[in-house]
Design a protein around this ligand. Structure first.
Ligand code: Z5A
Ligand code: MG
Length: 262
């Protein structure tokens, strides 16, 4: 582009009318300026969105914070969408919902695979959004899948991880911690399956085994607003840090192939 500009500029020197040459120069620099703006826009649209997952103990405020982040990051001009697992809106999600609501019994291995299938069915949409620059805030992910099933008798962490291997790997896992005493003050358990103290203790100890370098432990024993401010800063930093990085695969080596836009 620069060479082209110099070439045209040289040719302009050959022009007899000075005023005419100036007009043409002005037109060219206007054209080049708009090209630079277009290029800047194109570079921005090539940035991918971040994949930020919220996990944490029961009643730690995951859903409250995910909703606030989606609202306020978008209000600041961001491009953010919220996903929640289980996604109870799909056919698989409705089966999971009936299981959690204790309306149906499903064999333990089968329900584990259904939770995983419920994530896999979202993957094409997730990748499309990430590649077009949308950041995804996710309320529970594969870590809940493993931590909950592995809390059942006879299940090993390693077996539980298998069906989720290769999912898009989160850029950050924000794990909200809360003591059981403070959690209890936020209201008792509901009527869903798994909402019992002993089971939740086993779940919490399983989460501990899943931590890796992408995890950040966040003390959730603070006001909704203070926690939101802290999380918003982390999300903004993550969005900035990963925009030019490839999307990796969970619990395995390798990148997810980035399909270029047509
Ligand atoms: N599950 C599974 O087995 N396998 C899988 O693969 C997956 C999930 C993905 C349903 O999940 C169940 O599915 C879950 C795991 C299992 N079982 N359990 N237990 P869910 O995500 O639908 O669960 P939930 O009903 O949303 O509960 P939760 O996630 O534990 O709650 P939370 O989202 O962390 O908290 P919250 O709803 O935002 O807030 C709880 C209360 O505290 C509420 O009254 C708030 O107003 C209050 N709150 C929130 N923040 C604060 C602060 N900062 N101060 C004071 N009070 C607060
Ligand atoms: Mg929740």
């Amino acid at each position: 582009m620069l060479k082209c500009f110099i070439f045209i500029n040289k040719r302009l020197l050959d022009y007899s009318g000075k005023a005419q040459a100036q007009t043409i120069r002005a037109r060219i620099s206007k054209r080049f300026k708009s090209t630079a703006v277009d290029m800047e826009k194109e570079i921005k649209s090539c940035h991918r969105g971040a994949l930020i997952v919220f996990e944490g103990v029961d009643r730690s405020g995951k859903t409250t914070q995910c909703n606030l982040l989606q609202k306020n990051l978008n209000a600041d001009g961001g491009d953010v969408q919220l996903l929640k697992f289980p996604d109870r809106t799909t056919v698989i999600g409705q089966m999971i919902n009936d299981y959690l609501a204790c309306k149906k019994e499903v064999e333990d291995h089968s329900i584990h695979l259904l939770f995983s299938a419920n994530r896999w069915e979202s993957v094409p949409t997730m990748l499309e959004l990430l590649n077009k620059g949308t950041t995804l805030i996710i309320d529970r992910y594969a870590f809940s899948g493993v931590a909950f099933t592995a809390a059942k008798p006879g299940f090993k962490i390693d077996w539980c991880k298998q069906p989720d291997i290769g999912l898009p790997r989160p850029d950050a896992v924000l794990y909200l911690t809360l003591s059981s005493e403070v959690a209890a003050k936020r209201g008792g358990f509901g009527i869903e399956r798994y909402e019992q103290t002993d089971f939740q203790k086993k779940v919490a100890s399983n989460f501990e085994l899943l931590k890796d370098e992408s995890w950040q432990l966040i003390d959730a024993d603070k006001s909704v607003d203070d926690l939101h401010k802290e999380l918003k800063n982390i999300c903004n930093k993550t969005i900035e840090d990963v925009q030019n990085k490839p999307i990796l695969k969970l619990w395995t080596e390798g990148e997810i192939e980035c399909k270029t836009k047509s």
